[in-house]
Design a protein around this ligand. Structure first.
Ligand SMILES: Cc1cc2nc3c(=O)[nH]c(=O)nc-3n(C[C@H](O)[C@H](O)[C@H](O)COP(=O)(O)OP(=O)(O)OC[C@H]3O[C@@H](n4cnc5c(N)ncnc54)[C@H](O)[C@@H]3O)c2cc1C
Ligand SMILES: NC(=O)C1=CN([C@@H]2O[C@H](COP(=O)(O)OP(=O)(O)OC[C@H]3O[C@@H](n4cnc5c(N)ncnc54)[C@H](OP(=O)(O)O)[C@@H]3O)[C@@H](O)[C@H]2O)C=CC1
Ligand SMILES: O=C(O)C(=O)Cc1c[nH]c2ccccc12
Length: 423
């Protein structure tokens, strides 16, 4: 494939020095970087741990998922959604779009390649990236090297499941929201959903609609907003108002209208955070819930709000208020984290819990330290990831044009890596 580097057939251990950047992850962010590099005629290699592109959307989301902000805010650079897509495309629509995007830009990632380590080899001025392969035939580690490394492995790479006392003693089924597909098989069951983010809320709705009895455990509360107000998307209205008004004022407006439409959510056990919905998203990354129907089931009592779980027992849970209840199943809708700290030996760009310290590479420039870039960690959705991809790819293209090197296979040509740091 023209411009797309292939790993070639190298006996292991091998180190393949690449002419263009290495991109970790073939989700929307990685694809957007690749498409833009393609437009700049810069070759690239994408390393993707799963067997296909967009693993989150393909394998780790529930059936009824739609984009919950309008399609115009979720398009990747260069190609819009087809005009016949609904305002809130389904996950299947979105996946169709991503596959056609990948083929349009001839993006063929190295699939089944999980990045386990990346470090900067200063004497060689190269990022050295170790991958393991899921395929039994190529179980050996392969090493890739490039002057540029783009981290696009996502904010949702690993699941977060809290260590609650007695969790392993619970006899019913326990799963994370990424493993939930539909409420179908929970019909007639008492299901505890831990967490009240967008996943927890929509799973409760789905369970309720499939004849299960959903209970939603709430720890610190959340902002619930109607997905639409005055016939337009709440998100779109907020983005327009932000052009003219300070964020606190937009938040006050959103909360006023939310109260008019939904009533007082606190009366039903959903405490609102002190910071407003947009401000808290900006500062902490905590997403407001854009309601797609759960709220009316909460009001009608078909979804019951319960407090934070204190411990689990064989047949149920004890809550922090001392009450105990029996459940048939527990779903942890407790969110995600990135996995970058487990493989990127950098220490500068990311905190230990996997969030970038500042906009990557820095607040003033897209020239990362030593050619390191990260895309898709803003906590502000697909549109911002796309904008980051444009900037990162343009920056890399400028550097690539100045210092092209030819791809070569360098078995043992580079010195062996230093041992990983203790711990
Ligand atoms: C249920 C759900 C719904 C969402 N809905 C929206 C929405 O409507 N609008 C919106 O803007 N955002 C939404 N988001 C946010 C989501 O982050 C983005 O939609 C989008 O998936 C981000 O793309 P990404 O490429 O940055 O990350 P991801 O989609 O997570 O892609 C990262 C890729 O990197 C791969 N990877 C991870 N670690 C490694 C490794 N070590 N080695 C190799 N490959 C690796 C993964 O397998 C994955 O394919 C949603 C998130 C969730 C969980
Ligand atoms: N249709 C769409 O577009 C959808 C979009 N999304 C997006 O995906 C991302 C992830 O969403 P989601 O999966 O809901 O995760 P979130 O991180 O948004 O929510 C996690 C929830 O779990 C709770 N929680 C976490 N740890 C614990 C704990 N130890 N004990 C009790 N409760 C805990 C949190 O409570 P606390 O606040 O107290 O920490 C919070 O209520 C978000 O950006 C979201 O907007 C998700 C679903 C659908
Ligand atoms: O689903 C998410 O959390 C998103 O990333 C989309 C998004 C970005 N900024 C927001 C502000 C309010 C609600 C959703 C989002």
């Amino acid at each position: 494939m023209q411009g797309q580097q292939q790993a070639g057939h190298n006996p292991s251990p091998a180190c393949i020095v690449l002419d263009g950047p290495i991109i970790v992850g073939a989700g929307p962010s990685g694809l957007a970087v690749a498409a833009t590099l393609r437009q700049h005629s810069v070759p690239f290699t994408i390393l993707e741990r799963s067997g296909d592109i967009a693993d989150l959307w393909t394998n780790r989301t529930y059936d009824r998922l739609h984009l919950h902000i309008p399609k115009g805010f979720c398009e990747l650079p260069h190609v819009g959604f087809p005009p016949d897509f609904p305002t809130y495309p389904t996950k299947h629509d979105f996946l169709r779009y991503l596959h056609s995007y990948a083929s349009r830009f001839a993006i063929a990632p190295q699939l089944g390649r999980s990045v386990t380590r990346a470090w900067y080899d200063a004497p060689a001025s190269l990022w050295r990236v170790t991958t393991t392969s899921a395929a039994a035939s190529s179980a050996a580690a392969t090493e890739y090297a490039s002057p540029w490394l783009v981290v696009a492995s996502g904010e949702n790479a690993e699941v977060v499941v809290p260590k609650v006392k007695g969790r392993e003693t619970f006899a019913g089924e326990a799963l994370h929201s990424s493993e939930y597909r539909s409420g179908e098989r929970f019909r007639g069951m008492r299901v505890l959903v831990v967490g009240c983010g967008n996943s927890g809320m929509e799973m409760c709705l789905d369970l309720g609609e499939h004849g299960a009895m959903p209970f939603m455990s709430v720890r610190s509360g959340v902002h619930v907003l109607p997905r639409e107000m005055f016939g337009a998307s709440t998100f779109g209205i907020a983005m327009k108002l932000l052009r003219w008004l300070p964020i606190q004022m937009v938040d006050r407006f959103l909360l006023l209208v939310a109260k008019m439409i939904l009533g007082d959510t606190e009366k039903y056990g959903l405490k609102r955070p002190k910071l407003g919905p947009l401000e808290i998203k900006n500062i902490t990354g905590k997403s407001p819930v854009l309601d797609v129907g759960a709220w009316s089931l909460i009001k009608s009592g078909n979804i019951k709000i319960v407090p934070e779980v204190e411990s689990f027992s064989g047949n149920g849970a004890r809550f922090v208020d001392g009450n105990e209840m029996a459940f048939d199943a527990v779903i942890f809708a407790t969110g995600y984290r990135s996995n970058v700290p487990s493989w990127l030996q950098d220490g500068e760009l990311f905190t230990d819990n996997g969030k970038p310290r500042a906009r990557c590479p820095s607040s003033s420039s897209w020239s990362g330290p030593n050619g390191l870039y990260c895309v898709g960690f803003s906590g502000r959705g697909l549109l911002v990831s796309g904008a980051e991809a444009l900037m990162a790819a343009a920056d890399i293209a400028g550097r690539w044009l100045q210092a092209p090197i030819s791809p070569r296979c360098c078995m043992h040509a580079l010195p062996p890596p230093p041992p990983p740091p203790p711990g």
